[in-house]
Ligand binder design. Structure first.
Ligand SMILES: *Cc1c(COP(=O)(O)O)cnc(C)c1O
Length: 374
């Protein structure tokens, strides 16, 4: 008997490799039979959203029967003021991860290359695979940071028309100043689009970031998921020329932005004191982690974000450390490529969470070291 003919996805999708972008902490908890974990693995804020955002969202929930404003106009107007640009130079989406899909869909044809630093934030790669495009890797610098020269070489080698740079970077936590970014932009051909992912920009003083000037060859993305503490609200935005934003208007999901999230984000923008409080507490938290690493004789990477990479040893030892911490009820992740694949990445928690982390980290490290010695 001939097998039945069944519906099939497109060739492009059939050819895409099966991937699990991230194993979520909920799933990890189930695997070790725990109801919850000390959640320091996804760079979520330990300090929550602004009380003003919470109050605004509480009120907004009652009108969940309504769609949000598909233009996110109020939020875009407030963001335009914040970034000294026009509202038509901003698009709001369901997080940067959503914007990544739009950028790849708009600018990468099947077979096209996109240059990114090996080891950087991986979500872009899933979108590239799903659209039949490919990553062309530039090797990182010795501290895991992006290397502008390597990026320019990779563009020349591959003919890529899209370059992805996360700054501050995840997972290394490193940061390149505005002069370095300007040099990179100038060294790239004008027809190459620079996708500058600034998910952690709120942790960096504004005068160290590239200035708020719209460059028609650059897309910058920001999010409410990190310093603003609103990852679950799923609100991110891109800053780009009106022409580039008009491209996204053709593709984006019209009602893809959650109404409650829009309202919460708008209220959060109105609470700068809260944001500054989070940023300074995160700086204290990073210092605690550097001190912990020091005390244990481990290296750490100076970070400009809400996480710190701590060196455990070899890649296998770092993987064992992630496993040992999970067994102890702690969720962390680790960089996936050298030179930081022997490190674990720990998100800054509250003071109490940092104390619990330190205790379990020391015990887990002992177990990893014993295993390595035996
Ligand atoms: C967390 C993170 C994102 C995802 O942001 P969302 O707005 O929550 O989708 C994107 N890029 C980097 C570098 C991140 O660390």
């Amino acid at each position: 008997m001939t097998p039945p003919r069944l519906p099939r996805p497109t060739e492009l999708v059939s050819a895409a490799p099966a991937m699990t972008p991230f194993v979520a902490p909920e799933e990890l908890a189930r695997r070790v039979g725990r109801s919850e974990l000390l959640r320091l693995g996804a760079n979520e804020s330990a300090f929550g959203p602004s009380p003003r955002a919470i109050a605004a969202m509480r009120e907004a929930v009652a009108l969940t029967s309504w769609y949000g404003d598909p233009e996110s106009l109020e939020l875009r107007a407030a963001l335009a003021q914040r970034h000294r640009c026009a509202a038509d130079e901003i698009v709001v989406a369901s997080g940067i991860d959503d914007l990544m899909g739009l950028i790849v869909r708009a600018y990468c044809a099947p077979g096209d290359a996109c240059v990114a630093t090996r080891g950087t934030y991986p979500t872009l790669f899933y979108h590239l695979h799903a659209y039949g495009a490919r990553a062309e890797f530039a090797e990182p610098a010795a501290d895991g940071a992006f290397d502008p020269g390597a990026i320019v070489d990779a563009v020349a080698r591959s003919g890529a028309k899209l370059v992805y740079v996360a700054n501050p970077d995840n997972p290394s936590g490193t940061f390149a100043d505005r002069a370095t970014l300007a040099q990179l932009r100038e060294a790239l051909p004008d027809d190459v689009l620079l996708f500058l992912d600034e998910a952690y920009a709120d942790f960096v003083p504004v005068d160290e970031l590239p200035p708020d000037v719209i460059d028609p060859r650059t897309i910058r993305t920001r999010t409410f998921s990190k310093a603003f503490g609103m990852a679950g609200a799923r609100i991110g935005y891109a800053l780009a020329s009106a022409d580039v934003i008009a491209v996204f208007q053709k593709l984006r999901l019209h009602f893809g932005v959650n109404r409650t999230g829009q309202i919460g984000a708008l209220a959060a923008l109105d609470d700068d004191a809260f944001l500054r409080g989070v940023v300074s507490e995160v700086a204290r938290g990073r210092n605690d982690y550097y001190a912990l690493a020091d005390r244990l004789g481990l290296p750490s990477v100076p970070s400009f974000t809400n996480f710190v990479c701590i060196g455990i040893g070899t890649r296998l030892q770092a993987e064992a450390m992630v496993g040992a911490l999970l067994e102890a009820g702690v969720f962390v992740r680790k960089p996936w490529a050298p030179p930081l694949d022997g490190y674990v990445r720990v998100t800054v928690g509250t003071v109490a969470e940092r104390a619990r982390l330190a205790e379990r980290f020391i015990a887990a490290l002992d177990r990893v070291r014993e295993k390595a010695a035996s």
